[in-house]
Design a protein around this ligand. Structure first.
Ligand SMILES: NC(=O)C1=CN([C@@H]2O[C@H](COP(=O)(O)OP(=O)(O)OC[C@H]3O[C@@H](n4cnc5c(N)ncnc54)[C@H](O)[C@@H]3O)[C@@H](O)[C@H]2O)C=CC1
Ligand SMILES: O=C([O-])C1=[NH+]CCC1
Length: 312
């Protein structure tokens, strides 16, 4: 007998997935992952299929977390689209399985999950690594991730000033109008970055947009874009002067151009800081290089499904 999976739409995922629930669940999963107990968390490095002809990539992100008994896979595509495209850069679906029997129990939108969990993990990096009394937040990029990062960061922290820069100034202005609070729009990356305590890079850049010489000593950078081995968002100077943290060593060493091409060494995974086995060097300039992990999607899919079930 086959049972049909439930379908959970983007709107439902948006309603069911709350940032407050996300942070502790993601922290616990990151900590568990970094213990490298091979039966507790299983997450191979993302398999990526390049689609050269279309300037796109298809990524497969399976994960199993034993103590949560959650088995899921996210299928995500990301395309460098024309600016007038009506589709967002990332399209994603998460399949949630019954781990005991191997059947799919839910098929849900993965776009919102990707936006929210990525921003939540960056916020965890900031919580652990930003300088004390951080007052100025700077966001480079103005797309979907810029919005989700703004939402989580303003929910979790109280910055005195929030700045945004985007390649096209009108997009940065659009961003400033779309979000809830005041945002200062900058036309130059250098001016946006100088004096900032926390800098989030959420661009589709393939060459460095952020230079180390502009970054205030002791600042924290959450670097979210440049997820291909030949793509960059940060320059060598920044990668070499900062203490570098990652979500997964294997993922970062395979996929991050900022790490591979700069030759920077990885100091720790966020999970190691959460577990207390590596230090949070907040007094130094820190970079958190995020690539995204299947366990993050799996945790979210479980939260969404449990919420959905509780409302039936
Ligand atoms: N680390 C992770 O877990 C995840 C990372 N990402 C990455 O985050 C980045 C942002 O994603 P979205 O906001 O969804 O994309 P988006 O397409 O909504 O926004 C991209 C932004 O980058 C800007 N941009 C494009 N090309 C640029 C260039 N050459 N130089 C400077 N800015 C440029 C655009 O103007 C826009 O502001 C992408 O690199 C994406 O692959 C996305 C999802 C998860
Ligand atoms: O984790 C993720 O979903 C992605 N990381 C980079 C592109 C998509």
């Amino acid at each position: 007998m086959s049972m049909l999976p439930v379908l959970i739409s983007r709107e439902e995922v948006m309603r069911l997935l709350q940032n407050n629930d996300l942070i502790p669940s993601l922290e616990s999963a990151l900590g568990m992952f970094s213990k490298r107990n091979g039966t507790e968390v299983i997450q191979p490095v993302r398999t990526t299929v390049p689609l050269q002809k279309y300037n796109g990539f298809l990524g497969l992100m399976p994960a199993y977390i034993a103590h949560e008994d959650v088995l899921a896979i996210k299928i995500v595509s990301f395309y460098q689209r024309d600016k007038d495209s009506d589709l967002s850069a990332h399209q994603a679906t998460v399949l949630l399985f019954d781990p005991e029997r191997g059947n799919v129990i839910a098929v849900m939108d993965g776009i919102t999950i990707t936006e929210k969990r990525t921003a939540a993990v960056s916020a965890i990096s900031a919580k652990l690594l930003m300088p004390p009394k951080a007052e100025v937040l700077c966001i480079l990029g103005s797309g979907s991730q810029a919005i989700s990062h703004y939402e989580v960061f303003t929910q979790m922290f109280s910055f005195k000033e929030i700045r945004v820069w985007s390649r096209r100034r009108e997009r940065a202005e659009q961003f400033a109008r779309a979000v809830q609070g005041p945002v200062a729009v900058f036309s130059s990356v250098k001016e946006a970055v100088e004096g900032s305590d926390v800098i989030i890079t959420v661009t589709m850049a393939t060459e460095p947009v952020l230079q180390g010489e502009w970054v205030k000593p002791g600042a924290h950078v959450a670097a979210v874009g440049a997820c291909r081995p030949d793509w960059r968002e940060l320059d060598d100077a920044l990668m070499r002067k900062a203490v570098v943290y990652v979500d997964s060593r294997e993922g970062a060493s395979t996929e991050s151009g900022d790490i591979i091409l700069s030759g920077a060494s990885i100091f720790a995974e966020l999970g190691e800081v959460i577990n207390g086995t590596k230090s949070a060097q907040c007094e130094k300039t820190t970079v958190f290089k995020s690539l995204g992990m299947g366990i993050q999607d799996a945790v979210c899919a479980k939260l969404v499904f449990d919420q959905w079930k509780s409302q039936q």
